[in-house]
Structure formats: C-alpha cells, structure tokens
Design a protein. Sequence first.
Length: 416
Amino acid sequence: MRPPSPAYRRFTLLFAAGFAAGCLLLLANLLVMRGAGENGTLDAMIERQLAGHGLYNALGQSLAEYKYARYRAVRPEVAVLGTSRSFPYRAHFFTRSFYNLGGLIVSPAQALALADRLLLAEKPKLVILNLDYWNFRRELPNEPEPRLRPFGGHAGLGGVNRLTLALHLLGDGRISWAEAVALASGAIAADVEGVPRIGLTAVLRDLGFGPDGSYYNFGALPALLRQDPSERSAEIVAGIDAGTYTYGGTLNRQAMLETHAFVERMRAEGIPVILVAPPVSHAAMAAMRRHPQAFAYVEAWRRAMSEQFPGIFFDFHDPATVSLDDREFYDAVHGGEVTYMRMTLAMARAPDSPLAGIADEAWLESKIAAHAGTTTVADDPLGRAYNRLLRAEYNRFAVMATAHDNTVIDPTSTGH
C-alpha cells in the first residue's frame, strides 16, 4: 500500500486543524452562553427566573416564544401591548392578574397579527394598547385608499443560531473579549443579591424583563444620576429641530383603519380596549411646537383618535396632561415608572373608565407622592435587590442627584 501523498497529508492536517479550531470556537461559545445562563431550555430559564423573581433577557431565544409562554402561564386579566414605550407598566399597578406583552408589536397592523396568534386564543379581560404617534405619519402625499391587508407576523418572532451567537456578538463588537472571558470563566456572577440574571443582556447590561413582562433598565440608572434632565432629551430634540426626527407628513389613514379593526375585533370577543398615546418630554413637546407644520400630523392624529374612540382613548402626548416632570423621563419619548403610574391612575379615575377597580389607585397615589421627580420606584423583589447593588453608585453621585433631584434609588422601599 502506497503511503499518502504530500498533498493528501497537507489536506488532512489542514482539515484536522480547521476541525479542531471550529470545535474550540463552539466550545468557547458554549462556555459564554453557559456563563450567561442561556445554555438551557426556555422552560428551564423561565423556571429559574420565577424561582428568584429574576431578570430575563436571553438573546438566544426569540422574545415572542418567551412572552407567549409567560402569557399563557399567567393567563392575565389585563394585557398590555406596544413598543418599548409600553415597557414600564408593571403588575403591581393593578389588582388583577397582569402581563406586559410590550416589545411584540411596532404598529397597529402588528397588533392585529398578535390578536390572531395569541389574544383571541388566550383571551384577557382588558387590553391596553399603546400607540406611537410616528406610526400615524404618512410620508407620501398620495396615500392609496386604506384597506385591511393580511399581516401574519409581528416583532420578536425571529430566532438566532445559539451555537454561534456569542461569536457573532464578539465579531460585531456588542460584547468585548474581556466580557466573554469573564462569562466563560464564571468570573461574572449570574445572580445579584440572590436574584437571578438570565441571558447575555441581563448579565452584562442589567437590562431585561421581569416575571410580569415589564422591562427594567437598571444598567442605565447610574448614568441617569450623572445627567441633567435636559441632557436626556437633547438628542431627539436636536433631531426635531434639524428636521430629521419623525418630521413632516400627513395623517396615515391606513394605520387609523388598522387601529379601528383591532378595537372592533376585541369588542366582538367581549374584550374592552384602552388606547393610549404615551407622553413625550416637555423639552420634546416644546421642540415640536417650534415646528407646527412639520408636526401637524400629530395633532390631526390626536383629534381623529378622540373623535373615533371617545371614552377609550387616553391622550397623554402632551406631558402637561398629567403634570409630568422631565426628571421622570429616560429620554424624550420614554417615560419612566413614575410616568406610567401617573398615566394609569389618571385612566382609572376617568369617568366610566374600564380601569376603574382594576388599577390599585391608593397604592399608585402613595408611590407617586413618594417618588415624584424620579424615574424608578423599584418597589418589588427585583427593584429591591438592585437598590442594594446600585447604592454605591447613588452615594458616589449623591451631590449631583441632590442638585438635580434625579433618579434616587431608595433602599428602604417596601413591596406592594
């Protein structure tokens, strides 16, 4: 038998080296994912979250799978829908079972898709649908006649390859080599004060979802202590003044039709709907008023919503509506927890409100009074654990926090 040729030997060596390198990379990916708690099944991750009232933000699992599973387990009476501007609604605002489906839709059309896929099969007793004004902006002057079209998908449905996820994140610069090594070696603790963090974003950035589906951005809070409230809105305000941020256009009648269709579809199943226009900051509102023609579509949308949905449309776009404070905003279009407490209380106290008796009005009123001028109440097991963790940051910036009265994390806060 003839010995292998030099070319064959070279090929074999190169193949073996490549195979070994590939195995090492996959092993490294596995170790990073294990360090972030993303190596198990979705059921196992949820079980761990619930056991310790943990923070979840796994990138290797689709957001829809996670939220569908939690929604079906909770079987909520109150469900919230919307973009990131719906994230701050929390279970302890209400006296009934609650789940926040925020992050699964970015438009009224996607709300219809989510209704078909989930809400009509697992019916809540009340839906709160948050609507972003920019979804009702039509850029083209000649809008076709509105009509309902099939729309089968919604946000959060996509999946990723978990075998190579960490490697892709490293390649994109979304995590550093130091972070990857720390995760793989177990140098980064997966728990905070006994509260589990599940998922790369939760472990590395302290950002994620609580068991009720609401979003906690604990990782952003120390930076807020460094900022004057005007700084938080500065980027978007600059975009408004420059004509680059949701600027110009006319009312989008297609989005109005889709909103109406969603409300009617829910009503046909006996499910009341509350429609909400979340607020912008005072700084953003002032900027919009400097350009009235460019934002005429927003005013047209607000009028049309009030006319078409009397009694169920709550317009908080203008922050003065419920005496909001820019210190209660994360940025120009994202209010914090206190902002959403004020909104929920105002909706519950409106005449003939579907929220009457469902929102915990006495609790909301007391917490608003205690935490006015801040973004975060942190009044649940997750919040109290992070209170202790962030206390050092608070002490470090106490002088600045006192000067601006920004987000103050109270470590003595008690639960609902």
